[in-house]
Ligand binder design. Structure first.
Ligand code: PBG
Length: 345
């Protein structure tokens, strides 16, 4: 017979029951009252830890609900100042912008157009609230007519280096529009280094790069692709996004992005990858960001709409888990609701 824990008292101890009780570990002592539990909480949630994603559409007066993401909308730029004001009132410091261009082509030229939808959105938001941290998602998939994150070669494969060139141009155009942080999400090799070099060359040495470092080819992006109209027209993203089975490779991707100059690193998605958030946290002193992605949001919303889960409790528990795993910041569609919930007693 094996004993996992040593007996609380030595075998045959004849101490009176009182002393015996004194030696027995009693962790529940520290959970007795709400005040004790609050004081001893190891992991906290605060609105300041959140980044709120926004989908920006062309046109005016657009407020198009995103069906698989209840509570989220495609918004035109005129709606953005109100968003900035709302986030400021809630204490959420940052947004992550995704663009929905009115026209797409093989090269994703609207991604790096000076007057593109994201570039105008950045300017609008910085104008409305210079203190709002505006982060831009840097990718081609919302802008290419084939929906891939890079250029397609003659053999139908996604080309690396020519794509990196356009991705760096996209990042530069966002910085020029006033973005506070650029966040490449394409997973091409070498794009962080290329972005860093181009930003430095063009006078944006102070613009940080948030690298989607360990980004997996995940089915949890389904609702997002509907929101951003960015599903690939053929094939899938598995030749550039990572295999969900690979943890060591994720560390390699993180190391490479840091070597290339990343200022913050991201693990995405969050829930099925909590081990990698922890591993990233233990590996680097850079800020670690986790993306609580669209499918993770949709699952909770769907269960809550059916009355199967308590949305508030489950969301706060989930986000606490992501923080406990080691994330400093969380990109979440729940950010506004969380900020409201955290305010309530
Ligand atoms: C763009 C991008 C995607 C997401 C963020 N940036 C989609 C994808 O890679 O297919 C997904 C975010 C989410 O699901 O919330 N490459």
């Amino acid at each position: 017979m094996t004993t996992l824990t040593p007996p609380l008292m030595p075998e045959g101890a004849s101490a009176p029951a009182r002393a015996d009780a004194g030696l027995r570990p009693r962790p529940r002592r520290l959970r007795r009252t709400a005040a004790l539990r609050r004081m001893l909480r190891e992991t906290t949630l605060d609105p300041s830890q959140f980044i709120y994603p926004l989908f920006v559409a062309e046109g005016r007066g657009v407020r198009e609900p995103i069906a698989p993401m209840p509570g989220q909308y495609q918004l035109s730029t005129d709606a953005l100042p109100a968003q900035a004001a709302e986030l400021r009132a809630l204490g959420v410091p940052a947004v992550l912008l995704f663009g929905l261009p009115s026209s797409k082509d093989a090269e994703g030229s609207q991604a790096y157009a000076g007057d593109g939808v994201v570039q105008r959105a950045v300017a609008t938001l910085k104008d409305a609230d210079p203190d709002l941290v505006v982060i831009t998602d840097v990718c081609l998939c919302e802008y290419t007519d084939h929906g891939h994150c890079g250029l397609i070669g003659p053999a139908g494969d996604v080309l690396n280096d020519p794509s990196v060139e356009l991705i760096a141009r996209t990042a530069l155009s966002h910085a020029q529009a006033g973005a506070d942080i650029v966040a490449p999400s394409d997973m091409m090799d070498g794009r962080v280094g290329a972005i860093r070099a181009l930003l430095d060359e063009e006078g944006f040495a102070e613009t940080p790069v948030l690298a989607y470092a360990a980004k997996f080819a995940s089915a949890f992006y389904g609702p997002f692709r509907e929101a951003a109209d960015s599903a690939p027209a053929f094939g899938d993203r598995r030749s550039y996004q990572m295999d969900p089975a690979n943890a060591r490779e994720a560390m390699r991707e993180i190391d490479l992005d840091i070597e290339e100059g990343a200022d913050l690193v991201m693990v995405k998605p969050a829930l099925a990858y909590l081990d990698l958030i922890r591993a990233a946290r233990d590996r680097t002193d850079l800020p670690v960001v986790a993306y609580n992605v669209s499918g993770e949001y949709a699952m909770i919303k769907a269960a809550a709409a059916n009355g199967w889960l308590d949305e508030r409790a489950v969301t706060l528990e989930t986000l606490t888990g992501i923080r406990r795993a080691g994330a400093d910041l969380i990109i979440s569609y729940h950010a506004k609701e969380v900020a409201r919930w955290l305010r309530e007693p």
